[in-house]
Write a protein that binds this ligand. Structure first.
Ligand SMILES: CCCCCCCCCC/C=C\CC(=O)SCCNC(=O)CCNC(=O)[C@H](O)C(C)(C)COP(=O)(O)OP(=O)(O)OC[C@H]1O[C@@H](n2cnc3c(N)ncnc32)[C@H](O)[C@@H]1OP(=O)(O)O
Length: 346
């Protein structure tokens, strides 16, 4: 796996630095070029929608809106921190400062998403207008929107660097199944905040059922296999917009995507040996093999994937079996305990 990663890094290095497609179908993309962001007009519309809200959204949301507005218009907070007794300005400063180095474009998009989540009446009326945004509700860990033939699935646990917890695994599967049947042409995965995703949420390994760690490892392997299976079988072109660092399973899965756009903040890290684990996401097969251009048309994809599907499912099953054993190993247990007790990071 380290070899595949190295090969990919080398392939990247030999390409020109701006917009590029490499053998690991990564397109290097500067954030101001991405089609994924809200336009200035969307942002202004959202500001107007806020004024039309019939219900007070509450202080927490208002602070979030304030912070995103400031970040979108002025960038990261560099104001002096208000005194402890200046409660209101301090709360505003804290909210803005908490956004850290979130890029203006992402703040603008988050502002638009937040306002649209507050405006169900405006949202439902927009469903009939072509070209306007449709947002799926019922997700705790994702923001799912559909606009102009593109369904966007955005990981939405920015405070946890979009680590994928159990709920998010299930929601991603649900969102992919819905996207495979909706009227969109392509599906895009991206992350909210400064990370694309920090990979598997390591607390997934801590909640041990009555059957003990063996049962936990077995259950996880079943879930992982089903989860990766959804990517293998996804019928439409699947695009990743890697907005920031990507770790672990969020990287390994990229081999099953049809194209990967990487912002200039994106990094890719697969810490298998550090965590005492082994490859997943079919990466033991896709990474060494993928060094050919991506073909993203749906019909081509069907022809190409048909030949590969059986093989990919077999690889997925084998990876899950091996991982099930790795999760019971001392190396893996120690690595997780070290992270959770803050002795170690990546
Ligand atoms: C039924 C259950 C289903 C389970 C299915 C199992 C399937 C397994 C799939 C395959 C297994 C593994 C593949 C992988 O993905 S391995 C990769 C795992 N990820 C990591 O090792 C990254 C760990 N995180 C870090 O090293 C650092 O957090 C960071 C990403 C480098 C960021 O560092 P930072 O200093 O900028 O930020 P930090 O303060 O550490 O993080 C902010 C908060 O986010 C929490 N957090 C970040 N990443 C994770 C994570 N992967 N798991 C859990 N929590 C994470 C971090 O703890 C902070 O939280 P808090 O503010 O302290 O509460």
């Amino acid at each position: 796996m380290a070899m595949a990663y190295l090969a990919w890094r080398l392939a990247r290095r030999s390409c020109p630095s701006s917009l590029q497609v490499t053998s690991f179908p990564v397109v290097q993309l500067h954030m101001n070029r991405t089609a994924m962001r809200a336009s200035q007009k969307d942002f202004e519309n959202s500001m107007n929608q806020v004024k039309l809200l019939k219900k007070d959204p509450g202080n927490e949301v208002k602070l979030k809106l304030y912070a995103l507005y400031k970040q979108a218009t002025e960038g990261p907070c560099n104001m002096p921190k208000p005194g402890v007794f200046d409660l209101i300005n301090k709360a505003k400063w804290d909210a803005w400062n908490a956004l850290g180095s979130l890029p203006k474009e992402a703040a603008r998009q988050n502002y638009v998403d937040l306002v649209s989540s507050l405006s169900p009446s405006l949202e439902s009326s927009s469903q009939v207008e072509p070209g306007t945004d449709r947002k799926s509700t019922g997700f705790e860990t994702l923001v799912v929107t559909s606009e102009d033939g593109i369904t966007k699935i955005m990981f939405n646990r920015p405070k946890k660097k979009n680590a994928i917890n159990t709920e998010m695994y299930h929601e991603i599967m649900r969102a992919l199944k819905a996207a495979s049947k909706d009227d969109s042409i392509i599906t895009v995965l991206t992350g909210n905040g400064d990370y694309y995703s920090s990979g598997n949420d390591l607390t997934n390994f801590t909640d041990i059922p009555p059957g003990g760690v063996e049962e936990k490892a077995k259950n996880n392997a079943v879930l992982l296999r089903e989860f990766v299976g959804c990517f293998i079988d996804f019928p439409k072109p699947l695009i990743a917009v890697v907005n920031g660092p990507a770790v672990g399973i969020s990287v390994t899965l990229l081999g099953l995507f049809d194209a990967v756009y990487a912002s200039d903040r994106a990094t890719f890290h697969t810490p298998f040996s550090h965590l005492g684990q082994s490859p997943e996401g079919c990466s033991s097969y896709t990474f060494p093999k993928i060094m050919s251009p991506a073909k993203a048309l749906r019909i081509s994809k069907e022809v190409i994937r048909k030949r590969e599907r059986e093989k990919l499912h077999a690889v997925n099953a084998e990876e899950c079996n091996v991982l099930q054993g790795r999760w019971l190993s001392d190396e893996c247990t120690n690595a997780v305990v070290n992270f959770l007790s803050r002795k170690s990071k990546l």
